[in-house]
Ligand binder design. Structure first.
Ligand code: ADP
Ligand code: MG
Length: 246
């Protein structure tokens, strides 16, 4: 994948989200510069997925602001926002009854209004990018988990996003399939796409992230370069977390 990408900065300002009486995000500020990668780490239930979902407004915050490229999009059309901000999930979310090719073609047609020919050309190119050109006619179930996740990434990339969100994209994969997906993500980072990556893969965070944000109980407790976060953590909670996962 060598094509240049148009990426955007992302900024979350004082984001609050509650579910009933449970305050899940308690004032989150996060800025990711254009073309940079931030990895979000932290214990289960700390609000990582909710935070990520706020960036494409699958979750609408109760308060706070969201900016893309310096412009607030908190009241923008969510469908337009989601073309600019792609997301990849733990469980792929592919259409099981459609071919791999159609999984990419159909959203391109419905969301972008492309003709079948235009959408098919883009879909085949993105499948080739992730090394799966020959899988186009198959159902997703005929592919390994790692291949299915690469199809999901190709589908998101087909929209030509400025930002990509990954929510534990390798957590459901067998161990031997993790590396291929992480390598693909690292390639996107090196191409200069803006990435926000929720992950338990500390090796990936250390080697690919420009910044790492540690979340606990609905707040970003500590944020810095991988060296700062992994080698010189300051908060007791981060030290405790790292002692459990490293
Ligand atoms: P993480 O991704 O860090 O594990 P989540 O953002 O998924 O954390 O969840 C944070 C907290 O919010 C958890 O306590 C979870 O149970 C709760 N939560 C998440 N989504 C919902 C929802 N739609 N309704 C009610 N509670 C939710
Ligand atoms: Mg989660």
């Amino acid at each position: 994948m060598t094509t240049a990408v148009r990426s955007s900065s992302v900024e979350l300002r004082d984001i609050h989200v509650s579910f009933g009486t449970l305050e899940v995000l308690r004032g989150v500020d996060l800025r990711v510069a254009s073309g940079k990668t931030t990895c979000v780490i932290g214990p289960s239930g700390s609000g990582k997925s909710t935070l990520l979902r706020c960036v494409n407004r699958l979750q609408e915050p109760d308060s706070g602001d969201l900016l893309l490229d310096g412009t607030s999009v908190i009241h923008a059309n969510p469908d337009v926002l989601r073309q600019r901000v792609g997301m990849v999930f733990q469980h792929f979310n592919l259409f099981g009854h459609r071919s791999v090719l159609d999984n990419i073609v159909l959203p391109l047609r419905s969301v972008k209004g492309l003709t079948k020919e235009e959408a098919t050309a883009i879909a085949r190119a993105r499948l080739a990018d992730v090394g799966l050109a020959e899988k186009a006619p198959y159902r997703p179930s005929a592919l390994s988990g790692g291949q299915q996740q690469r199809v999901a990434i190709a589908r998101a990339l087909a929209m030509d996003p400025e930002v990509m969100l990954f929510d534990e994209a390798t957590s459901a994969l067998d161990p031997e399939l993790v590396k291929g997906v992480l390598n693909l993500m690292a390639g996107l980072a090196s191409r200069g796409l803006t990435l926000i990556v929720v992950t338990h893969e500390m090796g990936f965070a250390r080697s690919v992230a420009d910044e790492v944000a540690f979340m606990d109980a609905g707040r970003i407790v500590e944020q810095g370069t991988p060296d700062q976060i992994f080698d010189n953590p300051t908060s007791p909670r981060l030290r405790q977390f790292l002692s459990q996962v490293l």
